[in-house]
Design a protein around this ligand. Sequence first.
Ligand SMILES: *[C@@H]1O[C@H](CO)[C@@H](O)[C@H](O)[C@H]1NC(C)=O
Ligand SMILES: *[C@@H]1O[C@H](CO)[C@@H](O)[C@H](O)[C@H]1NC(C)=O
Ligand SMILES: *[C@@H]1O[C@H](CO)[C@@H](O)[C@H](O)[C@H]1NC(C)=O
Ligand SMILES: *[C@@H]1O[C@H](CO)[C@@H](O)[C@H](O)[C@H]1NC(C)=O
Ligand SMILES: *[C@@H]1O[C@H](CO)[C@@H](O)[C@H](O)[C@H]1NC(C)=O
Ligand SMILES: *[C@@H]1O[C@H](CO)[C@@H](O)[C@H](O)[C@H]1NC(C)=O
Ligand SMILES: *[C@@H]1O[C@H](CO)[C@@H](O)[C@H](O)[C@H]1NC(C)=O
Ligand SMILES: *[C@@H]1O[C@H](CO)[C@@H](O)[C@H](O)[C@H]1NC(C)=O
Ligand SMILES: *[C@@H]1O[C@H](CO)[C@@H](O)[C@H](O)[C@H]1NC(C)=O
Length: 600
Amino acid sequence: MCGILCLLSLSAARFECDGRIDGSLQRRGPNSSRKVTVTGTNSSYRCLFSAHLLHMRGLFTPQPVQDHAGNILMWNGEIFGGLPVMPEENDTGVACQRLSSCGTPLEVLSVLSAIQGPWGLVYYQRAGDFLWFGRDFFGRRSLLWKYEAEVLTLTSVAAQIFPPDESKWKEIPAVGVFRLDLKEAARSGSMNFEFFPWAHAGSNRTSLCSQTLQDSVPDGCSAVLNPAGLVLDAPVCPLNASLPESVNKTEIPSDSDLSATDRQDLLRSRENPAQVDRLIGVLSEAVKKRVQPSPFGPQNDSASNDSADVAVLFSGGLDSMILAALADRHIPAHQPIDLLNVAFEQQNKSEQKPKRDRRKSSEPGTERAQTFSPFDVPDRLSGRSGLRELQELNPERRWRFVEIDVTLEKLQEARKARICHLLHPLETVLDDSIGCAVWFAARGAGVEGHRPFSSSAKVILTGAGADEQLAGYSRHRERFKASGLEGLIQEVDMELGRISSRNLGRDDRVIGDHGKEARFPYLDEGVVGLLNSLPMWEKADLSLPRGVGEKLLLRLAARRLGLGQSAVLPKRAIQFGSRIAKMEDGRERASDRCSRLLPE
Ligand SMILES: *[C@@H]1O[C@H](CO)[C@@H](O)[C@H](O)[C@H]1NC(C)=O
Ligand SMILES: *[C@@H]1O[C@H](CO)[C@@H](O)[C@H](O)[C@H]1NC(C)=O
Ligand SMILES: *[C@@H]1O[C@H](CO)[C@@H](O)[C@H](O)[C@H]1NC(C)=O
Ligand SMILES: *[C@@H]1O[C@H](CO)[C@@H](O)[C@H](O)[C@H]1NC(C)=O
Ligand SMILES: *[C@@H]1O[C@H](CO)[C@@H](O)[C@H](O)[C@H]1NC(C)=O
Ligand SMILES: *[C@@H]1O[C@H](CO)[C@@H](O)[C@H](O)[C@H]1NC(C)=O
Ligand SMILES: *[C@@H]1O[C@H](CO)[C@@H](O)[C@H](O)[C@H]1NC(C)=O
Ligand SMILES: *[C@@H]1O[C@H](CO)[C@@H](O)[C@H](O)[C@H]1NC(C)=O
Ligand SMILES: *[C@@H]1O[C@H](CO)[C@@H](O)[C@H](O)[C@H]1NC(C)=O
């Protein structure tokens, strides 16, 4: 994980970097900071590259990396596949070497197309004076831009400004990469980007209309599709939109209130062993790549038995349980795994009806669950029962259930000091709820057992992408009811296309703020590739009740992995499960601009 920033000026305009942005970038990359400045011939342009690095494991390569030819790379990413990275190499070095050997745009695009893994990058190509930048196909790393006072800024994270309506920041859309011809820009004095879209093999160049493209660039700049029509190859196939020949009517009405046992029975009746095996295969591989120490210089110090390298954002729900169960397969047996569980204080105690666990158990955790606590929110209760399932699955593992309790006061303080800046330019009630919940969860400061505990794991696994692909949200159900399987397919297709701007940039900025790295196994190229190839009816069947029909295939996978109750838990969004949505004004709509995020 890194914090990267690039400033470009075509005039004598001074670079002024907002100190708050510099501070935020440094929090993302606390271990090394470096700056490089280049100027064009006759000072036609000036460009500052500033990178802050987080040291994950083993040796690391300070950035920006500059090769002997004068090319400069700022790489905020991970190569999990596609380009070979030998044990003695590092991915930044590999990306830089590959790019160094490129002359033409086609060559640059073929390197970027080959990389599997998340990235946001800025690359200065000395020969020809080109500035390249962009984000991976799904947009798993944040990159923002603005053009103001004759300076173009590209950065991992921004800061709020006052008054908020004058903010010029936008997220760089994860629809392709951009290239700026610096000599031409200096000559004309204008920022005109060439655009190279991601495209599926065999499809027409781009579905992006020129107006959408124009709307996504900063005010005062323009963008055009590159005249040669070159594209980046999408790393996954398009969504399978096929419809079944016959529709099997199911007798169970979807709103019937089934018990967990009924749901288990129903799930069992929908076994699909071949696809379940394939899904577990790709997911397991995706988790493995994301939890194993990099091959160069594994950490093997005496402390490593006691500190986890990997944590899971953990509600005890289906997505996080599967991640935890798969991480268990690939993390050395002696290492703990931190399960980060966040709860916001419930204000109205009379509303509380803590669920009792029906199973008899002598574990201390069970007793605590039944004593009254304002933090016994739904996700805390499901988290505790999820923990028990994981303990049964692997009793040898040290599962550390970290209870992260947040009071209203702590929430308001952190929002004002940090979170409002990290979310920017996103600003809805939903961004606020999810952003705050994820920020506290990823920080990992809470109570474990009965002792204060702070997770030091730098890798944070999140379930992002599971609901979008497997129809987990209630809006999927609404869409299915209104317009059938065809409507559902369109909804899923649309949601995967916008996940970068709705979720991923935000989550990357929020989690990165703790000097930790968000990793998204459900958005691994192999996983999305498989899920996209399957027909919708094998992934979800929304004629079945909640807790079974949504994410059907994933529930079957959970059963196969040996999980119990969690396999049939209905989806519960983090803002409701953690109760953050109830903490402040409960009457807002999720899409409203959040007044609490506005600067005073
Ligand atoms: C990286 O920075 C973090 C946070 O300051 C620190 O805990 C860690 O020890 C540093 N790692 C190295 C290798 O310097
Ligand atoms: C740089 O300036 C010199 C002297 O004014 C001029 O001869 C030369 O053509 C300029 N080079 C470029 C690339 O503009
Ligand atoms: C990373 O790779 C580059 C290019 O191969 C190399 O120059 C650099 O020394 C490497 N860094 C480390 C820490 O191995
Ligand atoms: C590409 O566009 C052409 C002309 O608009 C059209 O005839 C062709 O069917 C399209 N191909 C695909 C794969 O969409
Ligand atoms: C409907 O049932 C038949 C026979 O059990 C099965 O082969 C087919 O795949 C089912 N179709 C759907 C859409 O589930
Ligand atoms: C740690 O060192 C031991 C002994 O040298 C080795 O067997 C083990 O594989 C190492 N652990 C890791 C995670 O590399
Ligand atoms: C770490 O755990 C392993 C396996 O339980 C044990 O063999 C090793 O001695 C432990 N190392 C330390 C430093 O405690
Ligand atoms: C608390 O919740 C109860 C039950 O829903 C409700 O009757 C009561 O008015 C609430 N009190 C406040 C202060 O919101
Ligand atoms: C889409 O799913 C159908 C039904 O399983 C299958 O026959 C077809 O090959 C799939 N299409 C692609 C492109 O994978």
